[in-house]
Design a protein around this ligand. Sequence first.
Ligand code: ARG
Length: 267
Amino acid sequence: MFSHRRYLMCRPTYFAVEYTINPWMDPTAPYDTELAVRQWTALRQVYTDLGHTVEEIDPLPGLPDMVFAANGATVVDGTVLAVQFRDPERADEGPAYANWFRRAGFDVVEAKAVNEGEGDILLAGDVLLAGTGFRTAHESHLQAQEVLRRPVISLQLVDPNFYHLDTALCVLDERTVAYLPEAFTPGSREVLRRLFPDAILAGADDAAVLGLNAVSDGRNVVLPTQAGNLAQQLADRGFTPIGVDLSELRKAGGGPKCCTLEIRAGA
Ligand code: ARG
């Protein structure tokens, strides 16, 4: 089930925790930008060692969260749905990512409502799983369906610690996902149970180290080293877990998936 992937990443040259837009961010706590760069570089190396292609967008000063490339767009069949951030602190990232895609020759469609890209919109087989509740507006789910031409399943998030869908759910392959049931409303939980009866259910301890913020190529699953139980659950199901330590980036509420935007080119 392995397939070659093309990722867009942004070096955390200007990484900082200067404001609080999710419960993980404490601007009074120390952070180490150089360590963040080293940890990010190791993540990038994991992808290239696996044979994947990594492209880079230039980081911009004054945008300390720009490292979280997953929030930069949603790309399906070479069509790019641009983003619109909820918080003014991240607003300028939207045009920066959209311009990168335009320069790379993609068709870019502007977002009509708050839409934080792959943070909340994940392709699972032929459907888009779309989160709402904290960031991406429900209205954006409809736009995603029209622009990206895949059925959208809206899922409602309830725990502020898991404010983006990609902190509560990970797509493992065409048919399998892993998720934290408690991060969703009872109704959305039931939808997930019906759609993915064989899903891996993650425990609160693994979710609390952003273990679900993982990146799968269908076989290898790159996840935080601290998520030991989830790594074991993945191995039991035939996946190859690969641990990476992104402890500095977690101080801003991000893990491997947040740093990684998948570019799905047209046919
Ligand atoms: N500090 C960033 C924010 O709150 C973290 C974004 C994490 N990205 C993600 N795809 N979950 O917006």
